[in-house]
Write a protein that binds this ligand. Structure first.
Ligand code: TXA
Ligand code: MG
Length: 314
């Protein structure tokens, strides 16, 4: 059920969370499927509804840096500086998990944490008083939701979706591991590398991340963010012989190249519309989506990562 995020809506959502069930809520990146992060029952509900493999750990959302520190065994200087600069915002930090915490929905001895920059998410965190584990609110492997309607279509059994309108970033947070000497990029995302380096100085880029094929985050399976239609990445969509393709064919490109869905040639604006465009192409019933490959530059890293996963074979 889609619910307006007024005081009554937030109160009811907090009640559901307190009862160890799940609520979908908007963040500035994508909609999350939230549950009490340290309740085995609540987190189990996330994995069940999403059909998420149990080895894929969850991001814990909290309302403040203070709340984040309480989940960490130690809080490195890099975490302090990054949090001061980018929280609330689309950056997830992986730190060593506090020893008293149960390892529910977690990886090894670490925990991924972020403070989201969305008024509804922050009000929900405050009203519930709970740290909220929240993966993107979609079936595992499919396209992430950037509107409340997307959530309901992918997860019709979610008890409640708080409607915060379309997400402003439209692509997931950047995930950074700060447990080592040099911060290591685990998932490219909304926050760009240049912006991060302004704070961290250097940044370790595993080679599979650098070439847009990241697998270093445990959840980074090869196929992900995938539409129902078969997605095909093309060096130039204009050169493709379409005779052998299953139809109808949709074309996803950016300004300057003709297609069915023409997104911005600016990487941030492109990312903001990407998932909605893939949802629209699926709704239009296309069988194949030809996708114009974006430039091989660092500012397109997160978009190229999502596109290569969307196009990965089943
Ligand atoms: O923008 C976002 O991050 C959204 C919104 C809802 O906050 N959430 C999101 O969650 O994208 P999810 O579950 O779809 O992606 C979480 C990513 C996965 O790649 C997962 O493997 C990684 O974070 N992750 C979580 N905990 C981790 C840990 N302890 N160590 C390494 N990677 C971790
Ligand atoms: Mg996801």
């Amino acid at each position: 059920m889609i619910v307006r995020p007024d005081a009554e809506g937030i109160r009811r959502a907090a009640e559901i969370l307190a009862a160890d069930s799940v609520v979908a809520f908007p963040t500035e990146t994508v909609y999350g499927l939230g549950a009490h992060a340290f309740s085995e029952k609540a987190v189990g509900e996330i994995y069940r509804l999403k059909n998420r493999p149990s080895w894929n750990p969850l991001i814990v959302h909290v309302a403040s840096v203070t709340a984040a520190r309480e989940l960490a065994e130690d809080w490195p200087d890099q975490a302090e500086q990054l949090a001061a600069k980018f929280w609330p915002g689309p950056l997830t930090l992986v730190v060593r998990r506090a020893r008293h915490l149960p390892g529910i929905g977690a990886a090894n001895d670490t925990v991924a944490i972020r403070v989201p920059a969305h008024e509804v998410a922050l009000r929900l965190l405050e009203e519930s008083g709970l740290p909220l584990a929240a993966p993107s609110a979609n079936r595992s492997e499919s396209i992430s939701p950037t509107t409340a309607e997307h959530v309901v279509r992918s997860l019709p059994d979610v008890p409640m979706v708080l409607d915060g309108g379309p997400c402003s970033w439209g692509i997931e947070s950047t995930v950074l591991d700060v447990t080592g000497e040099v911060p290591r990029l685990l998932r490219p995302g909304a926050l760009g590398l240049r912006t991060l380096r302004d704070v961290t100085g250097s940044l370790a880029l595993p080679s599979d991340v650098a070439d847009g094929q990241a697998r270093s985050s445990p959840g980074m399976s090869r196929r992900h963010y995938a539409p129902r239609a078969r997605a095909v990445l093309c060096a130039d969509v204009r050169d493709v012989d379409r005779s052998g393709l299953a139809g109808p064919v949709g074309v996803l490109t950016y300004e300057g190249i003709p297609g069915t869905e023409i997104l911005s040639a600016d990487p941030r604006e492109y990312a903001a519309d990407l998932y909605a465009a893939l949802h629209r192409l699926d709704d239009a019933g296309v069988a194949t989506i030809l996708i114009q490959e974006p430039p091989h530059t660092e500012e397109w890293l997160a978009v190229r990562d999502r596109l290569s996963r969307a196009a990965a074979p089943e």
